[in-house]
Design a protein around this ligand. Sequence first.
Ligand SMILES: Cc1cc2nc3c(=O)[nH]c(=O)nc-3n(C[C@H](O)[C@H](O)[C@H](O)COP(=O)(O)OP(=O)(O)OC[C@H]3O[C@@H](n4cnc5c(N)ncnc54)[C@H](O)[C@@H]3O)c2cc1C
Length: 415
Amino acid sequence: MGFMLKLNRNGESKENKVKMEGEEEREIIIVGAGICGLSTALALHRKGIRSLVLEKSESLRAVGGGITIRSNGWHALEQLCVASELRESSVPLRWFTNKWLDSSKHQETAFGVWETRCLRRCDLINTLAESLPSGTIRFGCQVLSVELDPLTSLPILRLNNGSVLKAKILIGCDGVSSVVAAFHGLKPPMFSSLWETRGFTKYPNGHHFSNDFVHVNGDHVAVGRLPIDDKLVYWFVTHKSDQGSNVPKNTKLIKRSTIELIKGFPQDMVEMVSNSDPDSVHSANLRYRPPQDVLLKPFWRGTVTLAGDAMHAMYPFLGQGGSAGLEDAIVLARCLVETFHQTDGVPKDVKEIEMALDEYVKQRRMRLVWLTLQTYLTGLLFETSSLIGKFVCRILLAMLFRDPHGHHKYDCGSL
Ligand SMILES: Cc1cc2nc3c(=O)[nH]c(=O)nc-3n(C[C@H](O)[C@H](O)[C@H](O)COP(=O)(O)OP(=O)(O)OC[C@H]3O[C@@H](n4cnc5c(N)ncnc54)[C@H](O)[C@@H]3O)c2cc1C
């Protein structure tokens, strides 16, 4: 039986066909209800196109406390019509101050018109999810494998509950352990020796810090502090560790070992970590897709593509991974919608969808190469103990990224 691709002019599906028991057909399926999957579904929805988001967890996940959104991310959130609501829950940051423990040297950069705020991840995830039509997200659905139908060349998904779904278009927003990336032949992102521990600290009587992003560098350890509002501060500690799986998993132990790590840092930073809510503390081994893979690897195949960390997991040093996923959502929806409008619905011809996905990847690729390269070199500079290595990283960063904050001036365009 062939596909019934009945979208009206607004791209809304007349029905979702159920073929045989346990086998269902959908026009657009998105795997993963993280920042990128939700924003992709919302971008399509804003253009009147329905999608189904499959999420393996039983509810929305917002691991990791806070997330910095730079001005390029705010531009994307504007396109999704959720920026004003999100602004209500966070203060704008004014300056980025970078200090070094072993010297009086420090750098200050005004954010100025380049809006930068730190959000609670749950605020971002919930706002995106609540802006979607009900029934868009299906929880408890883990995609186990993706293959192409030998007759139609369209993707077939097998789920953990035994059901089989067919899609006209499949978008993998399933993060670093992406099944959809594996379908493209991509290796999982690399592990590094870098870790980041993050948490929230509440100051019931107000924190009295200025609304600035303060970053202090030690020897293979760095601490960042970003106020979210007058009473809540998000912090992170980046450090190098070769302990691998021996790094503590219990949040109280993580907190204790983090306090050990930052002995000698400014007292208000040590107190901030000491007074943090243990339930908010998380530690993550940092992973990245090498820049050369982002430059060369295929990111679409047939009518299947990738977005977010599944495509371009990067070190968090620029605070750009999530915003890059928001940009993906806008560009992908725009490329698809242009094709839909030409064909009055989801195109019947697979070639037309392939052209839209090819255009999407073309528009994204170099932006992502530069982001992953800058984060990769910054990570290498932090990680390496070799003086020559540090020198080479500094030279490359200075030559390639004359404006180190240029990344947040990027405009992904409108929906
Ligand atoms: C320590 C750290 C700090 C960071 N700080 C920042 C920051 O300040 N600013 C910023 O912009 N970015 C930051 N990032 C990056 C940012 O968190 C990620 O880029 C972003 O969360 C990726 O979103 P995503 O939707 O692509 O993937 P994810 O958030 O990983 O979401 C993937 C979703 O897919 C689901 N899923 C996975 N596999 C399947 C499957 N097989 N079937 C169904 N569902 C599946 C998962 O359950 C999950 O909900 C940071 C990252 C780290 C590690």
